[in-house]
Design a protein around this ligand. Structure first.
Ligand SMILES: [Zn+2]
Length: 108
């Protein structure tokens, strides 16, 4: 069993997804949460401080988020392709684990 740094499975639903990690821990995480911690060049600077994060979250919460396409990037991350933009950012497994622990719902 791993240390939780590798995403082993991603199950997509319409509004959220289930992420399973190599330490056996799974989380339910909404697309809104993933987008509010978007790693693209445009959104990353908008997470520098709490005020900016709140503004970004408000903007994201107004979007209608559809199920994204997912592409594996090497052995360390995934790229989400959102119909509403922000498709260039790579979400490393480590980052997704952090977001899951902060905003997700543990399943086991
Ligand atoms: Zn973005």
């Amino acid at each position: 069993m791993g240390d939780g740094s590798v995403l082993t499975d991603l199950e997509r639903s319409d509004e959220d997804c289930i992420l399973r990690f190599d330490d056996g821990v799974s989380f339910n995480l909404s697309y809104v949460s993933i987008r509010s911690r978007c790693q693209c060049a445009k959104c990353k600077p908008r997470q520098e401080n709490e005020q900016k994060i709140i503004e970004l979250e408000e903007e994201i919460s107004r979007l209608i988020l559809e199920k994204p396409k997912v592409e594996l990037v090497g052995r360390y991350g995934i790229r989400f392709e959102w119909p509403t933009g922000c498709s260039s950012g790579i979400h490393s497994f480590i980052h997704l684990r952090k977001v899951s622990e902060e905003l997700g719902k543990p399943l086991n």
